[in-house]
Design a protein around this ligand. Structure first.
Ligand code: PLP
Length: 413
């Protein structure tokens, strides 16, 4: 085992915040290693949801009564927490969405439809999640835009030379993930953004797998759009956010119509839309979930994202070491800079069988294409096993997972 130096994380105290970690699965203690799909929820977040429904559930913004005031203040407070977490200049730059997928669809349908035309080029990378591919393919069908794809090498590293070669006067937008969910690769997004801006293109960064594992500063990155999901960063399901520079958001038309996103509706004098960010939040939002996401970010900040990241890096190193010792196991995604994802395949054993059997031993890993079929196809695969780590995981859990895996492989091969 690698020496554990200078990490002051009290993982037992961290784990005590997560009631679900006490449960058993098939009579065995749960070892939850599917954090890239969704992370577990600390008591502080569960309590914030419960507190909302017990004490101040109300529809927001239009109410004059006390509960509506309190709910509005807490919802807008959550927006401010997200702003601070991403270091955006203003809370006006934060649009609440259902998550990463909805945020990307918002950009495609609002900014995309207003700014893209037939022949315009959108660059995506081969390692994108389907949610950062399909919205652009829909515009390919309807608007006739051209999608260009940044290739990936055998380690799972983006080919930046090829990327530079793709940038041209037709390039309007570059869409890449900050961290790949299928490979764990941390992409050099600052450089990607700089190059895109030099070519006068805008950039959307999918931060779904970055926000849970590292600090993100949208100002120093100079990202035009940055999106993430709450449920991967210890928050509730069904809430996430789009960051966009105020000047860009101001120029974007609404993408959904309804209540909350207007300042006045009239059949005679025309309808006027609300200012940003509310223009992009039609209908009653997920108030409790937004407040829960704010509580999750508070929880992360109480630990400290640097400490959390250091712990996860150590877990990743330990897991990689253990997995590499297993005969016939190949790690998919060996980039020099990775976040806490270990994707792998094993000779003579299908990922699906491994996933099902290891669950019988209480270990939750993900198997399949991870909504990233193009990059798996690049490795000649249709599925991998993926163990992904969060701050509450322990080296003992990783050892138990590796032992369970060896046991399962003994049954399968
Ligand atoms: N992008 C990446 C890199 C992801 O890992 C995920 C989820 O796994 C998504 C986008 C989609 O997130 P959501 O389903 O929360 O919208």
């Amino acid at each position: 085992m690698t020496a554990l130096t200078d990490l002051t994380l009290d993982v037992a105290a961290v784990r005590a915040d997560f009631p679900i970690l006490d449960r058993e699965v098939h009579g065995k203690p749960l070892i939850y290693l599917d954090n890239a799909a969704t992370s577990q929820t600390p008591s502080a977040v569960i309590e914030s949801l419960s507190d909302y429904y017990r004490r101040y559930n109300a529809n927001i913004h239009r109410g004059l009564h006390t509960l509506a005031d309190e709910a509005t203040a807490a919802y807008e407070g959550a927006r401010t927490k997200i702003q601070a977490h991403l270091n955006a200049t203003s809370a006006r730059e934060i649009v609440m969405t259902r998550g990463t997928t909805e945020a990307i669809n918002l950009v495609a349908n609002s900014w995309g439809r207003a700014n893209l035309a037939a022949g315009d080029e959108v660059i995506v990378s081969l390692m994108e999640h389907h949610s950062n591919i399909v919205p652009w393919q829909l515009l390919e069908r309807t608007l006739g835009i051209v999608i260009r794809v940044i290739p990936v090498d055998e380690r799972g590293v983006l080919d930046l030379e090829a990327y530079r070669g793709m940038l041209n006067e037709r390039t309007r937008l570059v869409c890449v993930n900050h961290v790949s969910n299928a490979l764990g690769t941390v992409n050099p997004v600052a450089e990607i953004i700089r190059e895109a801006h030099a070519a006068d293109a805008r950039v959307l960064i999918d931060g779904a797998q970055a926000v849970p594992h590292q600090s993100v500063d949208v100002q120093s990155l100079d990202a035009d759009f940055y999106v993430f999901s709450g449920h991967k960063v210890y928050g509730p399901l069904g809430i996430g956010a789009l960051y966009a520079k105020a000047s860009i958001l101001e120029s974007m038309p609404p993408w959904q119509g309804g209540g909350e996103m207007i300042s006045r509706v009239s059949f005679d004098r025309g309808t006027e839309f609300a200012g940003i960010p509310h223009r992009f939040e039609a209908g009653t939002p997920a108030v409790a979930e937004a407040i829960g996401l704010g509580a999750a970010l508070d929880w992360v900040n109480a630990i400290g994202i640097e400490r959390l990241a250091a712990w996860e890096q150590w877990l990743l190193g330990h897991a990689t070491e253990r997995l590499e010792r297993i005969d016939g196991l190949r790690i998919i995604g060996t980039a020099p800079e990775k976040a806490s994802v270990a994707s792998f395949v094993v000779d003579g054993a299908h990922a699906q069988d491994i996933g099902l059997l290891i669950d019988q031993l209480g270990v939750a890993i993900r198997t399949g294409h991870h909504c990233a079929q193009p990059v798996l196809a690049h490795f000649g695969l249709d599925a991998t096993c993926r163990a992904s780590f969060a701050v509450y995981n322990t080296p003992e859990e990783i050892d138990a997972f590796a032992d369970a895996l060896e046991h399962v492989l003994g049954m399968l091969r």
